[in-house]
Design a protein around this ligand. Structure first.
Ligand SMILES: [Fe+2]
Length: 167
């Protein structure tokens, strides 16, 4: 599809987020299962539940603008997933999964936050109504909350202990 207008770009970015959120439902499940640190694992699994709702909100946005929900590949997410696969092939200590997965989660949230901010900027300029903007704002708020709690774990003592114990 040739993208010419801000609306085309909005739909394209929406499709990419639909791809991202759909992938993340499975990825977060996997992260929760493979992360040794209980607090972090729990964080991943509760964000997986939120992500299921985020997928539904995106479907609502598609409906509101008269488009069919469709996915468009996101190279940013695919790259993060490739890094994860490569790490899993090479990791030789289970405890290293905690700091790696924490960083992977933070990177993913930052990518998502930037993408939702872009969608909201476009929606404002295109003059889309609250029915379109509210679900995007709700997803953005959840991503920001998730980033904050991951950063709290990153600054906390449990992650430092995991790293110290491996030295
Ligand atoms: Fe998300």
């Amino acid at each position: 599809m040739v993208l010419k207008t801000p609306r085309d770009l909005f739909v394209h970015e929406l499709k990419q987020m639909y791809y991202v959120e759909n992938r993340l439902v499975d990825v977060l499940e996997e992260l929760a299962a493979e992360t040794p640190d209980e607090k972090l694992a729990k964080g991943f699994s509760s964000h997986r539940d939120e992500t299921r709702q985020q997928v539904e909100r995106l479907e609502r946005v598609f409906r509101e603008i008269g488009e069919t929900p469709e996915e468009a590949e996101s190279g940013a997410l695919d790259g993060l997933l490739r890094d994860h696969e490569e790490f899993k092939r090479e990791v030789g200590s289970d405890d290293l999964k905690t700091p790696f997965n924490l960083t992977a989660g933070i990177k993913t949230e930052r990518v998502e936050i930037t993408a939702y901010q872009s969608l909201i900027t476009l929606a404002n300029e295109i003059d889309f109504e609250g029915d379109v903007k509210d679900p995007l704002e709700a997803n953005l708020d959840e991503e920001k909350d998730t980033l904050r709690s991951l950063e709290k774990i990153q600054k906390g003592s449990s992650i430092k202990n995991v790293i110290q114990n491996l030295l």
